[in-house]
Design a protein around this ligand. Structure first.
Ligand SMILES: Cc1cc2nc3c(=O)[nH]c(=O)nc-3n(C[C@H](O)[C@H](O)[C@H](O)COP(=O)(O)OP(=O)(O)OC[C@H]3O[C@@H](n4cnc5c(N)ncnc54)[C@H](O)[C@@H]3O)c2cc1C
Length: 434
């Protein structure tokens, strides 16, 4: 029988494991954390329909989500939003979510090994043949037909793959969102924001965005920076203090979350994430929405696509050639949709707080663009926004982005459908360079 091992109980790895185990495959997940320590201690958004896509019963754990209001750096412009709950997105407690996926995995026949760390891949002649594992008592080599890498963005499996495979090892800091998240007590009678979910760009002057969510009985604060250089404890305290100064309902007692700065890949999906005996899924392949960092829905769907590819494969199901079909399908059905956002994010990252205020004050960017009802930054759009001609540097940056967007379709169309190692590496290079 085929033997599949999964590094890390990430969402995509668990979804792939469930789908394969239900068909009688031998699947074992090795997770570094203790079971009771799994999952973030806060609520995040995802699409409940991801469960239907993955053939897993929807848990009754969702609560409604409303879109954010955006505030500009100088706090002079507030982009209002529809206060009605969004239909296809909902909040879920991350601890409940992972507990649910773990229980489904066990019921499906997946073997779960906690407190067991994947140290590195085992490789023979360019093929991944298993994992070197460590738990408190021992270190050993676990052979497998396929290693599914679901160990997150800093996966030591991906980082220790041979160079010759051409898979990106390190996700650069400028493509990483460094975030702190915590729930403070809500002070009764304190001043609350008018809208529940409030995003501030360049909050306290730092690049990135912070949020304040009025989430009774908590004040939910996220402090986030791209590049990460300046995000330390003092910066987090300053951002929290600024929210507290504006909204006195933000208490001083940290009730949930905290626990240091976390990382999210904020970029397009990797140009190459499969090899003989290896497939990455979720954050380890940078499967997040580049504007928001949301990755749960995409990871789960990717896990399902990977499993279906394996179940349908003839010949050697674990060859790079077969696993490329997984990457191709993921890219065509999901990944490509976010390439535009990644290019626009790259442009927004170059803006100063002053630029951003200018764009919003002069209505070059409005609530429409922020809420994605209209795609900004195509050349016709720029021509229609006279205000931008008063800022030549901004005009140059927008035009360069528009040109890169124009090249996007050609790069997507050139993705090889059938695996050829040289053609795939050349395409991945072109895709990464876009
Ligand atoms: C503050 C914050 C807010 C977020 N908000 C949202 C949101 O609203 N919506 C959304 O969709 N996403 C959100 N995300 C992103 C989301 O958490 C990830 O995209 C999502 O978890 C998918 O990642 P994953 O399952 O691949 O990896 P992870 O969630 O990183 O899971 C990887 C697993 O592998 C384990 N592991 C790591 N290294 C090893 C090792 N060497 N050996 C064995 N196990 C290992 C880890 O313990 C972990 O259990 C947020 C992230 C953060 C930090």
């Amino acid at each position: 029988m085929h033997k599949i091992i999964v590094a890390g109980a990430g969402h995509g790895g668990l979804t792939a494991a469930v789908t394969l185990a239900k068909k009688g495959w031998d699947v074992t997940v090795f997770e570094a954390s203790a079971r009771e320590a799994m999952g973030h201690d806060w609520h995040d958004t995802m699409m409940p329909a991801a469960f239907d896509f993955c053939g897993i019963a929807r848990p009754k754990l969702f609560t409604p989500y409303v879109k954010a209001r955006h505030t500009t750096p100088a706090k002079t412009v507030v982009l209002k939003t529809d206060p009605a709950p969004v239909k296809n997105v909902a909040y879920i407690d991350r601890r409940d979510l992972i507990r649910y996926l773990l229980s489904v995995a066990e019921e499906s026949g997946v073997k779960l090994c906690f407190e067991t760390e994947a140290l590195s891949p085992l490789c023979e002649n360019g093929r991944v043949t298993g994992l070197r594992l460590h738990n408190k008592d021992k270190t050993w080599d676990e052979p497998a037909d396929l290693v599914i890498d679901a160990a997150g963005m800093d996966s030591p499996v991906r980082r220790n793959l041979p160079e010759s495979l051409g898979i990106l090892k390190e996700i650069p800091a400028e493509q990483t969102y460094f975030v702190w998240r915590g729930y403070f007590n809500a002070v009764p009678g304190g001043r609350r924001p008018e809208h529940s979910y409030n995003i501030c760009f360049f909050h306290t002057g730092a690049p990135g965005l912070d949020w304040l969510i009025d989430r009774p009985p908590y004040a939910d604060i996220l402090v986030g920076g791209i590049g990460g250089g300046d995000l330390d404890e003092a910066a987090v305290e300053a951002a929290v203090a600024d929210f507290r100064a504006d909204y006195s309902f933000v208490g001083t007692e940290l009730l949930r979350g905290g626990g240091g700065i976390k990382k999210i890949p904020l970029r397009r999906t990797l140009g190459l994430f499969v090899a003989d005996g290896y497939a990455a899924v979720g954050d380890s392949a940078a499967m997040t929405e580049p504007m928001s960092g949301s990755g749960v829905t995409l990871s789960m769907k990717a896990g399902k696509i990977l499993a279906e590819t394996l179940l349908s494969g003839g010949g050697d199901p674990f060859s790079a050639g077969n696993l490329w079909r997984y990457q191709y399908d993921y890219q065509k059905t999901l990944g490509e949709n976010y390439l535009k956002d990644d290019l626009i994010k790259g442009m927004l990252q170059m803006l100063t707080p002053d630029d951003m205020d200018y764009l919003f004050q002069n209505r070059v960017l409005t609530a429409k663009e922020m809420l994605k009802d209209k795609a900004p930054v195509d050349l016709d759009y720029i021509k229609g926004k006279a205000a931008i001609f008063g800022r030549p540097a901004l005009l140059g940056s927008l035009t360069r982005t528009a040109k890169r967007l124009a090249k996007k379709s050609a790069v997507c169309a050139a993705m090889p459908r059938v695996y050829d190692p040289n053609a795939v590496k050349a395409w991945a290079h072109r895709y990464e360079a876009l």
